[in-house]
Design a protein around this ligand. Structure first.
Ligand code: HEC
Ligand code: HEC
Ligand code: HEC
Ligand code: HEC
Ligand code: HEC
Length: 417
């Protein structure tokens, strides 16, 4: 008996949303490689340690069946975005199938169709999968428009490429029939072109627009931020740039140093003013969403230091973290309790201050530095996946997730007066 790549006996047809990315990898190796390094491939509690830590507290064990979201008593809503194929099968045992543990895998995105928006008629949020219609056919940016070819009887049903820059040597399983490739039997993977879904923000918004905590306080607002910017440049333009002819599936964000470096224009100007140096720090958000965006605990802070000719610090904007002593240098979105004190995301009852850069905002921070002995002024911008108090609480997490990441730097030498 033939056993398919997914371990399912031939004939025992798998539902499309149960198909593992490993099957797609057979032919789409480059896209697979990009996707497998992305947070989409690590989005479940089994493979994202930060999400996993919250999931364990708010829900429970991701390898057990029958888990519920403790606060609501319902099927964990998390899975509608973090493990969509498991949500489709209403299971919480995420290690039961590769298609579950792979999180936001190929079929999770490529079977979403007709985005309905995240507000239901009752005004309540419908999140992730709930905001889409789901298809049993793969959804593609273009698909295979073979009508004319078939009319003129030159159709080659089992081969041939799309207009997209793929590998035309491979048999095409998207035309309605099973195919064989490198000795493997590939089931039919029917596909339809759906550019309104697959080439627009609709492909992303169901999971990335807005999500509230149990008290109705928004946890993330990337979609609303974007709408506020009135931008027409879509998410794909930046998050899926064309590289070597194909839409890049790496989809970097806060976990991707390259994306973080290009997110901001950071510059420093200095001017002597009597006994002082006037320093101006320029911050420009390049995005049509906030900087930082996404999960509420993302934050950025500025370190500005003045050095003498031995490289010793004579002045700095804040000793240690600037949260207390130089609030303007801390770009953060605070969630608060009834008393207005910072609170963890699940417990917050209201919004605190939001000092992040608004979409496309340009901001200048000003400093007065005592000039005596100063030969160099240096600015550094640090991105953090977590608030400092959270990084401390989750000491068990790997260092690279808790440590600040330098995303921009600038220096100005001070000529002697
Ligand atoms: C987060 C959602 C998402 C995931 C996950 C995803 N895709 Fe895509 N994919 C898209 C979107 C959106 C496009 C359309 C890009 C465009 O045309 O602008 C696309 C395009 C493609 C294309 C056409 C590329 C081109 O430029 O010709 C292929 C092939 C593809 N995906 C295969 C895969 C495979 C294989 C996987 C899993 C390894 C995968 N996708 C995972 C959203 C996704
Ligand atoms: C046996 C090889 C094979 C397998 C397995 C396979 N594909 Fe394809 N796929 C092709 C070929 C051939 C094309 C057309 C040429 C190209 O664009 O690469 C294609 C094209 C595509 C496109 C682009 C269509 C467009 O509009 O341009 C998408 C999206 C896609 N495949 C998704 C998937 C997904 C998701 C899987 C796994 C569920 C998968 N494919 C599995 C061979 C395969
Ligand atoms: C089915 C839900 C879903 C869809 C559709 C989806 N995403 Fe995601 N995306 C997620 C989840 C869940 C994560 C977070 C994974 C984690 O950190 O645990 C994520 C992570 C990301 C990140 C990385 C964040 C980081 O921490 O580095 C980026 C960037 C991103 N998505 C962009 C996109 C874009 C662009 C699209 C549309 C083409 C898209 N996503 C479609 C669910 C989705
Ligand atoms: C002009 C380019 C650009 C556009 C357009 C854009 N982004 Fe981003 N996005 C970035 C950059 C750069 C970052 C990294 C800095 C940051 O986190 O803000 C990022 C970060 C993100 C993250 C990571 C958040 C996290 O928690 O780590 C998500 C999610 C995201 N974008 C989603 C989207 C969505 C959804 C859209 C469309 C509505 C979109 N982006 C449009 C450039 C862009
Ligand atoms: C509407 C879709 C959606 C739902 C529902 C959802 N999340 Fe997320 N979550 C995301 C996306 C998208 C990201 C990553 C990008 C960002 O920061 O916006 C993310 C990121 C996270 C992160 C940060 C992960 C990291 O790597 O830094 C944690 C923690 C998290 N989610 C926990 C949860 C928990 C727990 C639940 C259920 C109670 C849940 N989420 C429900 C979409 C969702």
């Amino acid at each position: 008996m033939f056993l398919g790549l997914t371990g399912v006996a031939a004939g025992e047809a798998e539902k499309i949303h149960q198909i593992s990315a490993e099957l797609c990898k057979t032919c789409h190796q480059e896209v697979y490689r990009q996707w497998s390094g992305s947070m989409h491939a690590k989005s479940t509690a089994l493979s994202d340690p930060i999400h996993g830590a919250f999931y364990q507290t708010e829900v429970g064990d991701p390898t057990q069946e029958g888990q519920i979201h403790k606060k609501s008593g319902k099927f964990p809503v998390c899975l509608q975005c973090h493990a969509p194929n498991a949500a489709r099968d209403k299971t919480t045992k995420l290690d039961a199938k590769p298609a579950y543990s792979e999180g936001v895998n190929c079929v999770a995105c490529h079977t979403l169709t007709n985005y309905k928006g995240i507000r239901g008629e009752d005004g309540k949020l419908r999140l992730g999968l709930q905001s889409y219609e789901l298809s049993e056919k793969l959804q593609a940016p273009q698909g295979f428009n073979r009508g004319l070819q078939q009319l003129t009887a030159s159709g080659d049903l089992f081969g041939g490429a799309a207009a997209s820059g793929g590998d035309s040597k491979k048999p095409n399983p998207h035309l309605g029939e099973a195919v064989e490739f490198e000795g493997k039997k590939i089931p039919a993977l029917p596909m339809e072109g759906n550019p309104t879904q697959m080439k627009t923000n609709n492909a992303c918004m169901g999971c990335h627009d807005q999500r509230d905590n149990p008290h109705g306080v928004p946890l993330c607002l990337t979609g609303s931020e974007y709408n506020m910017s009135k931008s027409d440049v879509n998410c794909l333009a930046c998050h899926m740039p064309i590289a070597e002819g194909v839409a890049d599936h790496s989809m970097g964000g806060g976990h991707n140093p390259g994306m973080l470096k290009r997110s901001v224009v950071f510059d420093l100007t200095t001017q002597r003013d009597g006994d002082n140096i006037k320093a101006k720090v320029l911050l420009k958000n390049q995005q049509p969403h906030s900087l930082p965006t996404g999960a509420p605990f993302r934050n950025i802070y500025l370190k500005l230091s003045a050095y003498n000719d031995k490289g010793e610090i004579l002045w700095e904007n804040a000793a240690g973290h600037p949260a207390e002593s130089d609030a303007q240098a801390y770009l953060v979105y605070v969630m608060a309790d009834d008393a207005g004190k910072p609170a963890p995301p699940p417990e917050a009852t209201k919004l605190g201050k939001d000092t992040r850069l608004k979409p496309h905002e340009e901001r200048t921070l000003q400093y007065q530095i005592p000039a005596k002995g100063v030969v160099l002024v240096r600015g550094e911008l640090y991105y953090n996946l977590m608030w400092p108090q959270l990084a401390k609480r989750f000491e068990q997490l790997p260092e690279e997730l808790r440590a600040p990441i330098l995303i921009a730097e600038a220096e100005r030498a001070m000529p002697s007066p």
